[in-house]
Design a protein around this ligand. Sequence first.
Ligand SMILES: [Zn+2]
Length: 267
Amino acid sequence: MTFKMLTTGYCLADESHVLRGGRRGVSVQCPARAALFEHPQGRILFDTGYAATHLFAAASRFPYKLYLRATPVFTSPEESLMAQLSREGIAPNAIHAIIVSHFHADHIAGLKDFPCAHFIASAEGLWEVQNRRGFGALKRAFLPELLPTDFAERATLLEYFTGPELAPFGPTHDLFGDGLLRLVRLPGHARGQLGLFAQTSRGTVFLVADAAYCRQAIRENRPPHPITNLFTDKGAAVCATLAKLHAFAAAHPEVLLYPTHCTETDP
Ligand SMILES: [Zn+2]
């Protein structure tokens, strides 16, 4: 199974916010990435990153425009996942399924570009945001207009994982029963956040979504600044999940970890 990361633009964040002890007043670029897997059952996406047309429309009105004030976004229509895939000859309807790690705007902005795709998401993750509007949505970095109106009908909503344990993250959910794509829970950053453990032609990779903002945070076990708790689900769980990732990375140096917003290139 081949695998590829695609960057759909970036936002600027203060280094001290994404990494405890980081430099204050120094802006760092946080790319919004998505992954494409060529699984034998079909093409699978992990998140969709930014999609300028949808994102800027969804954030055009108050209070949603405050989202772009909090995280200035730099992206263009040509950088959307749909446009990048089209340039590679992959039409939107050639995407079989999209795994939604969580419902923050920088992960779901491109969902509407794939009208035939099936969705795989956490049930509690969806329930947490789907009826929120205004500041209630904004506080969860959720822009309601980005969610396709038929999302629930097209989705497999996961509640309980019953597959073999992946220590220290608990039970897994094997998407196709072949061990190639296994979901784990990474609580804290967003309700029901999902990570993806994948066996690829480049070895084992672990997409950790926003459980850490960069590999350095995992290596050094440095959580984000508490100010980011304004948008996150449970601050204590962010630290607990990061500590597990830190331990896992130390015990499994052969596994490549991919935080969505990390700028580090592969070793
Ligand atoms: Zn997030």
